[in-house]
Design a protein around this ligand. Structure first.
Ligand code: CA
Ligand code: CA
Length: 301
């Protein structure tokens, strides 16, 4: 969708959505249970307000209403300035919309996957992800603070020049990891990405043994980190994979991910993806990742 569409829906959401964004560098809640948290995701300054058309904004507003019907907060007193959007949105309809707890106005509308699968190939040599499908975010790292690890763009990517590497250790608690924030329009804010058009993720990896790929969603992440989990959070959907010293491409359908059942049980909602992470559960870490992408749903599947 266009950027002006983003701005429009951002305004709409401003008055009707519970604040769930913002972030916290710490992951205290994850330590006792071996959790790998979502360390405050980094992002970049938003670019809301660029050229676009209001029609796209209207379409997203409608979609938001449908999603919200699943249950949540009823809005009684929404007041939105609609001037300048050419009547693309029916103000009366908007006032009746219900939305579930979700991102604050800072997050704006949720980008929706539509077939531009590649999240980042690192070929521009920086840690900013590609802006496909209005995604915005950066590679970030996190650890249990018992040792140090360094994340860096390195040469000899997968069939390419660059990839991202995390090396360090030896971690004594829950470990360390790195990953990509999918939709973080501003520094230190985690916002969801709607990947319901996709069936999974794909990435190339090489490294030293066992790691896990984890996809935090709003349902497993507390409000301070961009989610709506209450209780024992960060038990995000994950899968163990073995890395070798040879580049290997892995395709991981969402259906192969599971919680580890030490935290609050939650459904895996592909509309609410916050990040994709690569983690080790303690010990040393030496992982290099490239070509992180979504898996387009198979025709007819
Ligand atoms: Ca980049
Ligand atoms: Ca690359």
């Amino acid at each position: 969708m266009t950027m002006q569409g983003n701005k429009l829906v951002g305004l709409l959401l401003a008055g009707i959505v519970l604040s769930a964004c913002g972030s916290d560098e710490s992951d205290e809640s994850g330590e006792s249970a071996g959790a790998v948290g979502t360390a405050g995701a980094v992002g970049t300054a938003g670019t809301v307000g660029d050229a676009g058309n209001a029609g796209a904004g209207g379409a997203r507003a409608s979609a938001g209403g449908v999603a919200g019907a699943a249950g949540g907060v009823t809005v009684d007193d929404l007041s939105v300035e609609l001037e300048g959007f050419g009547g693309a949105v029916d103000e009366g309809a908007i006032e009746e919309v219900e939305v579930e707890p979700g991102p604050s106005e800072t997050c704006g509308p949720t980008p929706v996957g539509r077939g531009e699968e590649l999240i980042d190939d690192v070929e521009d040599g920086d840690i900013q992800i590609l802006d496909n499908e209005d995604r915005m975010g950066r590679w970030y790292q996190f650890d249990d603070t018992t040792a140090e690890a360094v994340m860096a763009v390195v040469e000899d990517g997968y069939e390419s020049q660059f990839a991202v590497n995390l090396t360090g250790g030896t971690f004594q608690a829950w470990g360390a990891g790195f990953g990509v924030a999918i939709h973080s329009p501003e520094e230190e804010v985690n916002c969801p990405f709607d990947a319901s058009a996709y069936s999974g993720i794909r990435f190339a990896v090489k490294g030293d043994g066992r790691f896990r790929v984890t996809i935090p969603t709003m349902e497993t992440v507390p409000e301070a980190n961009g989610g709506n989990c209450v209780g024992t959070c960060f038990d995000s959907y994950t899968k163990v994979i073995i890395a070798t010293d040879t580049w290997t491409v892995h395709e991981v359908p969402f259906t192969e991910l599971a919680q580890r059942d030490w935290g609050e049980a939650a459904d895996f909602d592909t509309r609410h993806i916050l990040q994709i992470q690569f983690e080790v559960d303690g010990g040393d870490v030496d992982l290099t990742v490239d070509d992180v992408a979504f898996l387009w749903s198979l025709p007819g599947g």
